[in-house]
Write a protein of this length. Structure first.
Length: 224
C-alpha cells in the first residue's frame, strides 16, 4: 500500500468512525435525557450556573406543547424536518424571517453550537433528517421543551414554569403557556412575567393558534 493509499484509507476510516459516533449519539438521545448542551455549558460558565430540570413530555402541560408548536412550527406534525413552504416564504421575504422548524432547532440546541455560519447550518441540515428518522415527533418536542432557553440561564419547561409563575410545567394555564412560547426565540429580550404590550398581543395570537391546531388535528403527532 502506497503512502497515498494509506492516507486515503485512514481518512475514510476516520470518517466512518465519526459517522458511527454521531449515529450512536443520536440513538442515545432517542432514549436518554439530554444531560447538557454546548450552549448550556457556555452559559453556566458565564453565569456561574443555570436552572434546569428534565421532565418527560407527559409532565408538561398540553397547553405549553401546543403553544410552542403554534408559535414556532405550526406544521410540525406534517413535515419531515424542513418546512418547505416556510423556506419559500423566507426567501421571498428576503430571508428576513426565520424558517427553522422545531426539529432543526432541537438538533441545533442538542448537538451543535449557537451561531450563524454556513458550517453549522450544513451540519444541522444533515442531522435533522437523521433525527426525524430515528426519533418520533413526540420525542423531538420533549427534548426541545427540556433544553430551550426561556430566560437568561433558565432552561426547559419545568424551570421556566417555576421561575416565571411558581407552578410546575404540568400545571401551566394556556395564558401562561402562551407567554412562555412568546418569549421564544429571544428570551433574553422578552419576559413572560413582565410582558410588554407586544408580547401580550403575540401571546394572544399564540393561544388562538394553539386552539386551532388542536381543532384541525395538527397536534396528532404529540398530543396525549
Amino acid at each position: 500500500m502506497t503512502l497515498r493509499q494509506r492516507l486515503v484509507w485512514l481518512l475514510s476510516r476516520g470518517a466512518m468512525i465519526c459517522v458511527g459516533v454521531v449515529v450512536l449519539w443520536v440513538l442515545a438521545y432517542r432514549f436518554l435525557p439530554v444531560p447538557t448542551t454546548a450552549y448550556m455549558m457556555s452559559e453556566a460558565r458565564r453565569l456561574g450556573g443555570v436552572e434546569r430540570v428534565w421532565i418527560p413530555l407527559d409532565q408538561i402541560s398540553p397547553n405549553l406543547q401546543r403553544a410552542v408548536v403554534a408559535a414556532e412550527d405550526a406544521n410540525f406534525c406534517t413535515h419531515w424536518g424542513f418546512d418547505m413552504g416556510a423556506i419559500r416564504d423566507a426567501i421571498s421575504d428576503g430571508a428576513l424571517r426565520g424558517a427553522s422548524t422545531l426539529s432543526q432547532q432541537t438538533v441545533k440546541n442538542a448537538f451543535l453550537w449557537h451561531g450563524r455560519n454556513w458550517g453549522r447550518k450544513a451540519i444541522e441540515a444533515t442531522l435533522t433528517p437523521l433525527v426525524e428518522l430515528v426519533w418520533p415527533k413526540s420525542r423531538i418536542l420533549e427534548v426541545y421543551l427540556n433544553i430551550a432557553e426561556f430566560d437568561e440561564g433558565v432552561f426547559g419547561a419545568e424551570a421556566a414554569a417555576v421561575y416565571y409563575f411558581g407552578v410546575s410545567a404540568a400545571d401551566l394555564s394556556m395564558a401562561q403557556a402562551a407567554r412562555l412560547a412568546a418569549v421564544l426565540p429571544n428570551p433574553k429580550d422578552r419576559s413572560a412575567a413582565n410582558p410588554s404590550p407586544w408580547l401580550l398581543e403575540r401571546a394572544a395570537n399564540i393561544a388562538d393558534g394553539a386552539a386551532t391546531i388542536a381543532i384541525d388535528g395538527r397536534d396528532d403527532c404529540f398530543a396525549n
